[in-house]
Design a protein around this ligand. Structure first.
Ligand code: GLC
Length: 472
C-alpha cells in the first residue's frame, strides 16, 4: 500500500500547530506496520531543513491562473525515519506563511488552491502510482475533486481527515477559474458556488471516498447543529462513510526526567524550578494549575477561563498561563495580571515557547483545557505523561482520552462556574489521599500511535476496497 499524505505542515520541519505533530508522527508509526506513506507539503522559506539531506528531484509545470507555473520538487526524510517528505517550492505562492495570514498579493486560500493543483500534478508526474491520497483539513480540500476530474476512473482512493471543522477555507467562486474548473460541469462544485463562494472544507468532505476526524466523540458531535453548524447536514449525508480515530502522540518528542516509580521524588524539584521561573509565592505545598495553548477565543475556552480566573486565584492556588494568539484576549490577561493582589499567584507568559511548555507540563499539578470544542487535543495526553492531571471540558478528544476521577477531572457545561467547580475539585484532590493514585494512573496511560496507526492502516485498506468495489 502506497499512500500520499498532503498537508499544510509537518513537524519538526514545519510546525505551526497540532496538525503538524500528527503529520510528523503518524507516517512513522504506519511505516512500522508496513504502510508506505509519503508526506507532501509546501516548501516555505522558514522550513527547518538545515540538518536534513535535501535534494531536488524534479520540476513541475503547474497549470494555474491560465499559465504554467514552475514548481521545484525537493525530497528529504522525516528525521529519524525512512518516511519521504516532498516539498513543493515556488517563491510566489509559498512565501513566509504561518507568521502572517497573507503575504503580498497571495492570500492563504490562493496559496492552498495552488498547492492542491500542484499536488495533483505531482501525482500525475509519478504515473499515478499511489493507492490512496490522505488529505488533511481545508488546505487540501480541492485535491480530491481535481483528482476525480482529471484522472476519472483511474484516480487513487481518497480519504479526507477533518482536524478542525471551524476553519474551512472560503473564497470567492472566481477561484475555480484559476484552478481550471469549468462551472456547470461539476454538480458538487456548482452546488457549493451557488451562494457565491467556494468552500474547500466542503469540497474535501463531499468529494472524497471517506471522511474521518481525530476522535470518535468529535465524529459524532459534528453531526449536530451545535458543533457541525451548516456542515451538520452535509456530514449526515456521509454518515456511513465517516468515523473518528483518536490521535496518538510521539513520546520521543517529550523527554521526561522521571518515570512511574520515581516521580514523587523528582516532580517536586521540577515544580520548584517552575515556581522560580514565574516568581510564584509557593513553597511547593500549594497546587499549580496551568493553561498552555493557542489563545483562540473560538475554541480554547478563553472567555470562561478569564471569567473564572479571579475566583480561581482567590482559592490560594497558583495559576500559570503560557500562550500566544488573539490580541484582545492577550490584553485581557495582561490586565488581570497587573492587579497587585494576584502578584505571586499568577504567572503569565504571552509567547509560543515549546521548551517552557514542557517545563510547565512537568512542573504543574494540574492543566486546564476548557475548550468549547476539541477535535482531539494533544496537551491533555502530554500532561498525563508528565504526571500532571488534566482538568478538561467533556468534549471531543478530551472526552475520549481523560477518565473522570481516575486520570483527570471533567466538567460538562461550557460555563465559568463549571470550570471553577472543577478547579475546586482539583484542589480537594491535591490535598486529599487520591492524588498519588490518580497521578500514577495518568502516567500509566498509553497514547502512543501504535493503536491509532493500526486503525488508520485498517481504514486505508477499507477505503481502497470501497474504491475498487465502486469501479466494478
Ligand atoms: C487541530 C485540533 C486539535 C487536534 C489537532 C490535530 O489543531 O484543534 O484538537 O488535536 O488538530 O489533529
Amino acid at each position: 500500500m502506497k499512500v500520499l499524505l498532503p498537508a499544510s505542515e509537518v513537524a519538526p520541519i514545519i510546525k505551526l500547530g497540532g496538525l503538524g505533530d500528527v503529520v510528523g508522527s503518524l507516517p512513522k508509526a504506519l511505516a512500522e506496520l508496513g504502510v508506505n506513506v509519503d508526506v507532501i507539503v509546501p516548501f516555505y522559506p522558514f522550513a527547518k531543513v538545515e540538518n536534513l539531506k535535501l535534494y531536488k528531484s524534479l520540476e513541475l509545470n503547474v497549470p494555474y491562473e491560465g499559465t504554467n507555473v514552475p514548481v521545484e520538487v525537493y525530497k528529504t526524510k522525516l528525521p529519524d525515519s525512512d518516511v519521504d517528505v516532498i516539498l513543493l517550492k515556488n517563491h510566489k505562492y509559498f512565501s513566509d506563511y504561518g507568521k502572517k495570514k497573507s503575504v503580498g498579493e497571495i492570500s492563504e486560500i490562493d496559496m492552498f488552491s495552488f498547492f492542491d493543483r500542484a499536488v495533483v500534478e505531482y501525482i500525475k508526474s509519478g504515473f499515478n502510482t499511489y493507492d490512496l491520497i490522505h488529505c488533511n483539513d481545508w488546505h487540501t480540500g480541492m485535491i480530491t475533486h481535481l483528482l476525480s476530474d482529471e484522472l476519472e476512473k483511474s484516480r487513487p482512493a481518497t480519504l479526507f481527515t477533518v482536524h478542525n471543522l471551524l476553519y474551512q477555507g472560503i473564497s470567492s467562486a472566481d477561484l475555480i477559474n484559476d484552478l481550471g474548473i469549468i462551472p456547470g460541469m461539476h454538480p458538487l462544485i456548482d452546488w457549493d458556488i451557488a451562494d457565491g463562494d467556494i468552500n474547500f472544507m466542503q469540497q474535501g468532505i463531499t468529494s472524497s471516498d471517506f471522511v474521518n476526524t481525530v476522535s470518535p466523540t468529535y465524529a459524532k458531535e459534528i453531526l449536530t447543529e451545535e458543533y457541525g453548524g451548516s456542515f451538520a447536514d452535509i456530514l449526515k449525508a456521509r454518515e456511513g462513510r465517516l468515523m473518528g480515530i483518536l490521535n496518538g502522540i510521539d513520546y520521543t518528542s517529550f523527554p521526561r526526567e522521571f518515570n512511574e516509580s520515581n516521580w514523587q521524588e523528582i516532580k517536586p524539584k521540577l515544580k520548584s524550578r517552575l515556581i522560580k521561573e514565574f516568581e510564584l509565592d509557593n513553597d511547593g505545598s500549594k497546587p499549580i494549575i496551568s493553561f498552555v495553548g493557542r489563545l483562540d477565543p473560538n475554541q480554547k475556552g478563553l472567555d470562561i477561563l478569564c471569567e473564572a480566573l479571579p475566583n480561581i486565584l482567590d482559592q490560594d492556588v497558583n495559576f500559570v498561563l503560557l500562550g500566544d494568539g488573539d490580541d484582545v484576549w492577550k490584553q485581557k490577561l495582561l490586565d488581570i495580571s497587573k492587579e497587585t493582589k494576584y502578584k505571586g499567584n499568577l504567572g503569565l507568559k504571552l509567547a509560543f515557547d515549546v521548551e517552557l511548555a514542557k517545563s510547565i507540563y512537568s512542573g504543574s499539578d494540574f492543566l486546564v483545557v476548557p475548550s468549547k470544542y476539541e477535535p482531539c487535543g494533544l496537551i491533555q495526553m502530554i500532561s498525563m505523561w508528565y504526571g500532571t492531571l488534566p482538568v478538561v471540558r467533556d468534549t471531543g478528544g478530551l472526552k475520549d482520552s481523560v477518565k473522570d476521577g481516575k486520570t483527570g477531572i471533567k466538567f460538562t457545561d461550557y460555563k465559568s462556574e463549571s470550570l471553577f467547580d472543577a478547579v475546586k475539585k482539583a484542589k480537594d484532590i491535591f490535598y486529599g489521599p487520591a492524588m498519588v493514585e490518580m497521578v500514577n494512573a495518568a502516567i500509566r496511560e498509553d497514547f502512543s500511535w501504535k493503536k491509532s496507526a493500526m486503525s488508520y492502516s485498517d481504514l486505508y485498506k477499507k477505503v481502497v476496497q470501497l474504491r475498487l468495489d465502486a469501479l466494478k
